[in-house]
Write a protein of this length. Structure first.
Length: 512
């Protein structure tokens, strides 16, 4: 005779719970009626293997041993899982607990909306943790990449400085026609290698957001003059005219980042010359028609070159992309200059674009909003060298010789030191108008030597002597610490003779 049923036997099903008691043999028997989603068929056996009925509970039931054996902890919840049954798909969760001497496993069905919210929040937390780990990995990789680029930049620029400088000195000496041709080939090759190095480093920096913009006085005339001075010889060699114009009403005394502005202009001028076999290239500066402040300017570099098909105009600003696959073979270059220019202009808050017709030339435009200076600078004073005493500090003999050759025809006295310690000793015993200080040296580097020089000057009550750093490091990174060290100015290797002379001119003695 079957035992009489109690109304309480229907309670678990009424509460939408499936309650099982663990038997001594490790199986489970149902207590009371089971809800439809917990039934395994038309008839449920007296005892079932709960892990066989719900496979996802196997590991959970193994973890329940402490609960069933000692009652510590008092209860344990499983993770939520999704179960497909004859009555549909359900979100379920199990709880193991010890009630007196009875070991129970209670299964309950969760409302779908509750589980969905919990699962979404859980997934969000997991995604956040994963993104945090990925971010840490990316940051470590970025730092390693930046450190490597900084190291390799210095190791390449340092010897390249001697090569390019010596070739420039050699080109100015008496040579026959064949020798001149050989020197010109070396010059072009060296310049191409240097530009490639600079482009790769700049692209890497803008991609990881490592470019910091300055806000310092800008003389627009000086920017354009310096740019034309740098590219002028290449234009003359190719027989292409280089012109410039500044529209009336354009403010020429501005504030912003002069080195990045010059870099964009140089990139556009170099690109224009590359694709212009004859005719001219012109750089124009005018007020931005769409600008609202006096410092809103529009720059344009127009050429009479081969032009660009309309469907390629948007592609030319992409990394390593040129208008045609044969372009690199015929004209050279990596296609990085325009990419770098676009990213710098965008970083400065402007935009850049091109207009062109095949066979009719191209015009590259970019707009910027720069600050406008309120006061005009005083006219520059005239200078002459008048026995300038210069201390040249560099552990590389070729670099010391290069500087001496560059200044050979100047009325100056040059002394040299091969490391920072020797430089400090000479400075304490001598008198110098300018110190040219290499940054990376053995025994004592340029930073250490400059700090020692500044300390000696303070202790002796002396006026600071100009100390110009000569560095193969990336200028943007070096600029941030140069003032803290005590440098007056810095020049990036390779040092051009014209740039060196121009810098020393500013420290020469005034004429009466």
């Amino acid at each position: 005779m079957a035992p009489a049923r109690d109304d309480m036997d229907d309670l678990p099903a009424a509460l939408d719970l499936a309650v099982f008691e663990r038997t001594p043999g490790g199986l489970f028997r149902a207590i009371g009626a089971l809800p439809d989603w917990a039934k395994s068929g038309a008839e449920n056996p007296a005892e079932i293997d709960l892990a066989d009925r719900f496979p996802l509970l196997e590991l959970f039931l193994a973890d329940c041993a402490p609960v069933f054996e000692t009652g510590t902890p008092a209860l344990l919840d499983s993770d939520v899982w999704e179960e497909s049954t004859e009555s549909g798909r359900h979100f379920l969760q199990a709880t193991a607990l010890r009630l007196g001497a009875r070991n129970l496993a209670v299964l309950r069905r969760l409302p779908p909306e509750r589980f969905t919210y919990q699962q979404l929040y859980h997934d969000y937390q997991l995604a956040e943790e994963k993104m945090s780990r990925l971010r840490e990995v990316a940051e470590r990789a970025t730092k390693a990449k930046s450190d490597f680029l900084a190291m390799i930049s210095h190791e390449i620029r340092a010897p390249l400085s001697s090569i390019i400088g010596m070739v420039e000195v050699l080109a100015a000496s008496p040579l026959n026609l064949e020798q001149q041709q050989h020197v010109q080939i070396v010059q072009r090759t060296g310049e191409n290698v240097l530009k490639l190095i600079n482009d790769l480093l700049d692209l890497s920096k803008v991609e990881v957001g490592r470019i910091d913009l300055e806000s310092v006085p800008i003389d627009l005339h000086e920017i354009l003059s310096r740019a034309r001075e740098l590219v002028g010889p290449r234009f003359e060699a190719k027989g292409v005219a280089l012109r410039q114009s500044i529209a009336p009403g354009v403010p020429v005394l501005l504030t912003g980042d002069p080195s990045r502005l010059r870099q964009v202009i140089l990139n556009l001028l170099g690109n224009a010359l590359k694709f212009t076999a004859q005719g001219s290239v012109e750089i124009r500066v005018e007020k931005d028609p769409e600008g609202t402040s006096p410092g809103c300017l529009r720059f344009a570099v127009a050429d009479t070159g081969i032009g660009i098909p309309e469907d390629k105009l948007n592609l030319i600003f992409e990394s390593y992309t040129q208008a045609d696959q044969s372009t690199a073979r015929e004209y050279g270059g990596t296609g990085l200059g325009l990419t770098i220019s676009r990213r710098i202009v965008e970083l400065m808050g402007g935009r850049i674009w091109a207009e062109s017709r095949p066979g009719r030339g191209s015009t590259f435009f970019f707009t910027l909003e720069l600050g406008v200076q309120a006061d005009q600078p005083l006219p520059p004073a005239e200078h002459r060298w008048n026995g300038l005493r210069i201390l040249v500090v560099d552990d590389d003999e070729a670099n010391r010789l290069l500087i001496e050759m560059c200044l050979r025809r100047k009325e100056c006295t040059i002394e040299t030191a091969t490391n920072g310690r020797e430089a400090v000793d000479r400075f304490r015993c001598g008198r110098y108008d300018v110190v040219l200080m290499d940054v990376v040296m053995p025994e004592m580097d340029g930073d250490g030597a400059t700090r020692e020089i500044r300390r000696y000057e303070r202790e002796a009550g002396l006026m600071p002597t100009p100390v110009v750093a000569l560095t193969a490091h990336d200028v943007a990174q070096f600029a941030g610490r140069s003032q803290d060290v005590g440098y007056t100015a810095y020049l990036q290797k390779p040092i051009r003779p014209s740039t060196l002379v121009e810098t020393l001119d500013s420290y020469s003695k005034r004429t009466d």
